[in-house]
Design a protein around this ligand. Structure first.
Ligand code: IPE
Ligand code: IPE
Ligand code: MG
Ligand code: MG
Ligand code: MG
Length: 375
């Protein structure tokens, strides 16, 4: 006959039993064996109380109202055509993300709520926009790009959740709201990153809207995997942490930025190219060079904004880089030097698109936007 499992005492019961155990032990009338038994029981009861407190804390955190998104207007600073294009792409990828992210009613509810909190909570969606814009430049159908756009944004969202963890940049604010580990807890934030990363590849494998053959799909998976891993974003993050307080030279700093931020931006353009199954090698190379330039420019601008921007507009804590002795372009070249670098990269990116027709205009607008943005 199966043994009946002892039921776990409630918080109150455990606390009462613990109190009486302590009293008995303090009286000192117990044999050695009884004392050991009481001690073991005390450990179990203490754990029960700690777990009950943790559960209550989590419950109150997840039922707390989600802080509202700040009233940003990211599109004000750009031209009207870009505004319309950005809005369309942002809506498109947000609908797709909403479709692929598991509902908060599915177990484990808190993990799914945290995944949605971090992914759907704002963000400029620059990487998805690049996927769509590249396909448009090559005459592709942007409606078939949702899976690729979604996948790269999921990797990006995961990278931000982990970037903000105490063991990394230790940030409290992201996209104008508490970071994932602040809103939930560290363990949840680590799992959110793990789950978003694997979801990205699930989407690339399963998405049915892309009219591509299996070989191209595999190449897309390979592109995103390489860009995300130790030879891409994660590797760049390792270099970033190792470079805190170090005096890197320009080549080393460029290498760091190209990996931590450039790799995913480059992959976004590559995914857009692959999805259209374009076979003009020269054009593909030009687009890749464009992507490398704007990928680096993106992080140079991010470094500048960490100094020039303000926390409210940025939606993340201003001044973190200096406080953490990060290796950045302004730290190495000064603010003006960093601005000049961003401009040179913009010129090089636009030159790369030379010869492409009007369909490539969104790529031109985005390059300007990346270098001129205020958050
Ligand atoms: C921030 O990326 C992290 C960097 C790679 C510099 P974004 O500036 O694209 O962040 P969101 O997605 O708009 O919040
Ligand atoms: C983050 O760079 C790059 C990745 C998340 C891969 P930062 O650490 O500079 O990004 P922010 O400034 O926190 O957004
Ligand atoms: Mg960082
Ligand atoms: Mg950071
Ligand atoms: Mg930064």
């Amino acid at each position: 006959m199966p043994r009946k499992k002892a039921s776990t005492p409630s918080f109150e019961e455990a606390l009462n039993e613990l109190e009486s155990l302590v009293e008995t032990m303090e009286q000192g009338d117990l044999t050695l064996e009884e004392s050991l038994k009481s001690f073991e029981r005390g450990v179990v009861l203490t754990r029960t109380c700690q777990q009950a407190l943790k559960n209550a804390e989590q419950k109150s955190r997840s039922s707390a109202p989600t802080p509202p998104m700040p009233n940003w207007n990211p599109l004000m600073q750009t031209n009207p055509e870009l505004q319309a294009f950005l809005k369309r792409c942002q809506n498109q990828v947000e609908n797709a993300l909403d479709h692929w992210l598991p509902a908060t009613t599915i177990i484990p509810e808190q993990l799914h709520a945290a995944m949605r909190y971090t992914t759907l909570g704002g963000g400029k969606r620059v990487r998805p926009v690049l996927v769509y814009a590249t396909s448009k430049a090559l005459g592709g159908d942007t409606r078939q790009l949702d899976g690729a756009a979604c996948a790269v944004e999921l990797i990006h969202a995961y990278s931000l959740v982990h970037d903000d963890l105490p063991a990394m940049d230790d940030d409290d604010l992201r996209r104008g709201r508490p970071t994932c580990h602040k809103q939930y807890d560290e363990a949840t934030a680590i799992l959110v990153g793990d789950a978003l990363q694997t979801l990205a590849f699930q989407v690339l494998c399963k998405d049915k809207t892309m009219a591509i053959n299996a070989k191209t799909r595999l190449e897309m998976i390979q592109t995103l995997a390489t860009a995300s891993g130790s030879r891409g974003m994660a590797g760049g993050q390792a270099l970033d942490l190792a470079a805190e307080g170090e005096a890197l030279n320009l080549a080393e700093l460029e290498n760091l930025h190209i990996h931590k931020t450039g790799a995913l931006i480059r992959a976004s353009v590559r995914l857009g190219t692959l999805a259209t199954e374009h076979d003009d090698g020269k054009l593909v190379q030009k687009l890749d060079h464009y992507a490398k330039c704007i990928g680096l420019a993106f992080q140079v601008r991010d470094d500048i904004l960490d100094i020039e921007g303000n926390t409210e507009t940025l939606g993340k804590t201003q001044g973190k880089d200096q406080a953490q002795l990060k290796s950045t372009y302004p730290a190495l070249l000064g603010l003006q030097g960093a601005r000049d670098t961003a401009k040179q990269l913009l010129t090089e990116a636009l030159d790369s698109l030379g010869g492409m027709d009007k369909k490539a205009d969104p790529l031109r607008w985005i390059a300007n936007y990346i270098v001129g943005r205020s958050y």
